[in-house]
Design a protein. Sequence first.
Length: 329
Amino acid sequence: FCRVDPYGFERPEDFDYASYEAFFSRYLVVLTRRAIKWSKLLKGSNSIQKSLKVKRYIRKGIPNEHRALVWMIVSGAQANMEQNPGYYQRLLEGEKNDKLLEAIKTDMNRTFPDNVKFRKTADPCLQHTLYNVLVAYGHHNKAVGYCQGMNFIAGYLILITKNEEESFWLLDALIGRILPDYYSPAMLGLKTDQEVLGELVKMKVPAVAELMERHGVMWTLVVSRWFICLFIDILPVETVLRIWDCLFYEGSKIIFRVALTLIKQNQAFILEATNFPDICDKFKQITKGTFVTECHSFMQKIFTDPGSLSMATINKLRETCREKLLSQG
């Protein structure tokens, strides 16, 4: 048995190798089939036009060998990188903000302690690459600077792209365009989206919303890490990557689809909770097990389970939730 997964993460002591092997042998067949289809679609070119076919392909998963390229293209990161040659290097060579550097340094060893590629002893050690990406981003987007959570996201981008500059531009796509205001000092966008999830649960899984209210459990307690880390360290790596495939193409509503699916699928289990700590514990448990490991069937579920979820609905809810938050402020 391999103690380390293909991305460098050490598997936990209680890792269920048997059910993982069973899943992976089935999933490998899917991956092989998808890889052939993607190769035909890309035909060795570096461009993809947005279309229903591409959306369908992305929902079914991007093969690892094409993942970085497709993320770069569909997120707009590729275009930005090409329009700004040398910009990334200039950020690294320019004047630095000491406070920012200090904050980033502090988090270096806390980033993926369970990943062998991020250890100081690794060769190459990805901590150095991660440090550069975060320093460049903090100087590129001064309104955000650096905030916890960004290290994990940048780290994942580095593992997939194996490219420092591409990771920087993908981080920019996520923070600057795809996620509305999650990492600014006030984190208004993040707080808003947690409230939006609460409203969506009221609409789609009312019994759970009622349970939360009855025990006074605020959504931010159980889901803030889902939003901040985009499911990193919450769901299995393969599943997170499949979620990100869709996130880069379809935007932030994917996060709501995933959250609603987790809650809806486990409704009966969550409703067994009888008190505050119990509810929090149930929310930790619903992100483990075969349902989330079987990433292919999980991804099919996120597009059927929550039912229709339009960006218009989300934006309307964002408006009302944001106003409510600002009036409380």
